[in-house]
Design a binder for this molecule. Structure first.
Ligand SMILES: Nc1ncnc2c1ncn2[C@@H]1O[C@H](COP(=O)(O)OP(=O)(O)OP(=O)(O)O)[C@@H](O)[C@H]1O
Ligand SMILES: CC(C)(CO)[C@@H](O)C(=O)NCCC(=O)O
Ligand SMILES: [K+]
Length: 257
């Protein structure tokens, strides 16, 4: 059975794929110092708790934090006796082209989202992922990653205000009642929430303009539904787009390597 790991700058998600569906998904904070033994204790405890008694034979990793890959490789080797596929490494094949400036190391999460988007929704896509950063991946007619946009993440923007200004508190994102805030928290939420709605609309419109064609907008990540509540920003929302992409890339490598 496949263990797929999506390691972002904030959170790391582990999912077990039985070939048809994910039978377990667990989330932990990303910490490059966590050892293989710690991962194993954590994972096996949660598996036992959910009565998931399966043998992990395969592993695939997407990591935006290069340092964590070492310990995840040790986990694969020591506990599952397998060699993981690591997205972005030369020996990991991708079912789509990557057309960017030479020397650019595209984030593996963006490559995985491109593959997943193409697999589920075809070509001419904008994939928007609300993680630590908010990324827009532009997918061509034939499914290639042809570039995109990186914007500061929603929570990162709120944290930046809190850190830089002595009188601004820590605030969680929420949809404000109105645009005009009548207290500090409401003012901050308004700036980030409505600023973000504008950012998403403007960037998608300009991408479509530059490409001179209609494109489908796909969203993923924890905060996408919050924005979709208000405005019709996205054509589709997919909760675990990155995990889906990892299963597609795993299958492609099994068939072609
Ligand atoms: N309504 C909400 N308000 C605040 N945070 C939310 C809300 N809904 C989801 N989240 C947050 O969204 C996050 C899930 O997002 P996601 O997994 O896409 O990115 P991440 O883990 O923050 O970033 P990365 O993948 O870059 O590490 C969770 O950490 C969760 O706390
Ligand atoms: C932009 C992030 C941080 C989003 O997770 C990640 O995809 C990344 O580190 N990318 C590297 C740079 C690039 O994608 O062009
Ligand atoms: K993510």
């Amino acid at each position: 059975m496949l263990l797929a790991i999506d390691c972002g700058n904030t959170n790391t998600v582990f999912s077990i794929w039985d070939g048809e569906s994910f039978i377990g998904t667990w989330r932990t904070s990303t910490d490059w110092q966590r050892t293989a033994d710690q991962y194993y204790v954590w994972l096996s405890t949660l598996m036992k708790f959910q009565k998931i008694d399966v043998e992990i034979t395969d592993m695939i990793i997407s990591s935006t934090v290069p340092r964590v890959v070492f310990n995840l490789r040790v986990l694969a080797d020591r506990y599952f006796h397998t060699r993981p596929i690591v997205v972005g490494k030369p020996d990991c094949l991708l079912p789509v082209d990557v057309r960017v400036d030479t020397g650019t190391a595209v984030g593996p999460d963006r490559l995985v989202n491109t593959v997943a988007g193409h697999d589920l929704y075809g070509g001419n896509l904008i994939v928007v992922d609300f993680g630590t950063a908010t990324t827009f991946d532009v997918v061509s007619e034939d499914g290639a990653y042809i570039g995109g946009v990186i914007a500061p993440g929603v929570n990162l923007s709120l944290e930046a205000l809190h850190h830089a200004a002595a009188a601004l508190p820590h605030v969680d994102i929420a949809k404000p009642q109105s645009v005009i805030g009548t207290n500090t928290v409401a003012c901050m939420q308004s700036g980030v929430f409505w600023g973000y709605v504008g950012l998403v609309k403007e960037i998608c419109a300009r991408i479509k303009g530059e490409r001179a064609r209609e494109m489908k907008i796909i969203s993923t990540g924890g905060l996408a539904p919050l924005f979709q509540q208000t405005e019709d920003l996205f054509d589709e929302f997919h909760d675990d787009l990155t995990m889906h992409g990892l299963t597609v890339i795993h299958r492609y490598n099994k068939e072609n390597n």
